[in-house]
Design a protein around this ligand. Structure first.
Ligand SMILES: *Cc1c(COP(=O)(O)O)cnc(C)c1O
Length: 401
């Protein structure tokens, strides 16, 4: 492979920049699990002036965005957007679909699952947790046996892809169990929507939210939510106060091609361009590209003598978590990869902060990007693993007075 670096992570992108005869024009060096690289076509789309957000040009743009977003979420139902980061999705789901004191089961498989549970507690829900060890996925049996012992369950909080551990939960199966118990499914799909197979309608999910800066390959700042039919019913009986996140006013505005408050126009220009890229490639082709890159990443990790945190059957195809070799801290490895290759990878989070590094491969990613990242990790590791010679005290000389 001829390695071409037309720019380094963080350097300005020249829209439409191409290197001659290269199937992949740019080796992208931002390999954290979000924000992710923004393709030149999406960068270029943002270079556009403001328009009236109640005018015909906006209405046409927003209607088209929502049509494409429905296609990407595999739903005929509602998809809505808000100016916000992904975290807003937890709160928006809770205040629209639930009521104070409701009993919910939070299935936590890592840092983000814990955050979801925490937001539920902050809003006064009766949150029960199914805590799965970090690096493992939740199983339908675990969820079923937990739900059997919780009468009056109202909702199950699920993280589709646990970004902190590089684990993808079996969303379809977990959601099916929740439905058997009559519980709504609130799904954090922040690092999966747009990259991993996700079927809003076929899997009968109730609420699925994500953020623009992950697999959607846009800058941060747009929260996207798909809302199913049962969720609309639930909304009618919710007793939370809400204004900015109100699903009904967002839906009413969307019916007229608008948003309930001023939208982040620049991000919608970006999301429009990104959705066009995704649909032009084909939603399933995008999923397949992620699957193939995920698999090759894990193979490449093993070829370096390293071990992925998760087993292959539950490994994420948008982010790979890799155990650091004994004696090597994650921050030291991340710093060395930055220094030597100009490539940004991420440490772990919480108690895994120094134990693992995470390589993001979602959104705008091709294999050469990851190949280069892995090669750099292989290049810097030997120096980090230099064994420290034991101190030979017999050789030490007392300082002269
Ligand atoms: C990144 C992420 C979030 C938080 O999104 P922000 O945009 O940082 O607020 C939540 N859940 C998951 C699974 C994520 O990967």
């Amino acid at each position: 492979m001829a390695a071409f670096y037309t720019y380094r992570c963080g350097e300005p992108v020249v829209p439409g920049e191409r290197v001659k005869n290269m199937s992949h024009p740019i080796i992208e060096r931002l390999r954290i699990p979000g924000p992710t690289p923004v393709p030149p076509a999406v960068m270029a789309a943002m270079d556009r002036g403001m328009i009236p957000h109640r005018g015909p040009a906006f209405k046409e743009l927003y209607r088209e965005i929502l049509r494409m977003a429905r296609e990407a979420h595999r739903t005929d139902g509602e998809v809505l957007t808000w100016p916000a980061s992904g975290s807003a999705g937890w709160e928006a789901g809770i205040v629209n679909l639930l009521s104070p004191g409701d009993v919910v089961l939070a299935v936590t498989t890592g840092y983000f699952g814990e955050r979801f549970a925490h937001v539920g507690e902050a809003f006064g829900l009766d949150v029960r947790r199914l805590r799965v060890p970090w690096g493992e996925a939740a199983t339908p049996d675990q969820v079923a046996s937990e739900l059997e012992s919780i009468p009056g369950i109202r909702a199950v909080f699920l993280s589709h892809n646990e970004t902190s551990t590089g684990v993808t939960n079996p969303l379809r199966e977990l959601a099916a169990v929740a439905q058997q118990f009559g519980a709504l499914t609130l799904v954090d799909a922040v690092s999966s929507a747009g990259g991993l197979p996700l079927e809003m309608d076929a899997w009968e999910l109730d609420y699925v939210f994500s953020g623009s800066q992950k697999a959607w390959m846009c800058p941060p700042g747009l929260m996207i939510a798909a809302i199913g039919p049962r969720a609309w019913d639930a909304m009618n009986s919710s007793r939370y106060s809400r204004f900015f996140w109100d699903f009904k006013s967002a839906r009413d505005a969307a019916k007229m091609g608008m948003t309930s408050s001023t939208p982040s126009l620049t991000l919608l220009y970006a999301y429009d361009a990104a959705l066009r890229l995704i649909l032009a490639e084909g939603v399933e082709t995008v999923w397949e590209r992620h699957r193939s890159i995920g698999e090759r990443t894990r193979q490449g990790v093993r070829a370096l003598g390293l071990v992925p945190l998760a087993t292959d059957d539950i490994s994420s195809n948008t982010v790979t978590a890799v155990r650091c070799p004994d004696g090597v801290g994650a921050t030291a490895l991340v710093d060395a990869v930055r220094e030597v290759g100009g490539i940004e990878i991420a440490t772990g989070q919480a108690h895994l902060a120094e134990i693992i590094v995470r390589i993001g491969h979602m959104g705008w990613v091709q294999w050469p990007d990851i190949e280069r990242t892995l090669a750099t990790i292989g290049e810097v590791l030997p120096a980090l693993m230099v064994p420290v010679d034991p101190v030979d005290l017999s050789q030490s000389v007392a300082p002269q007075r």
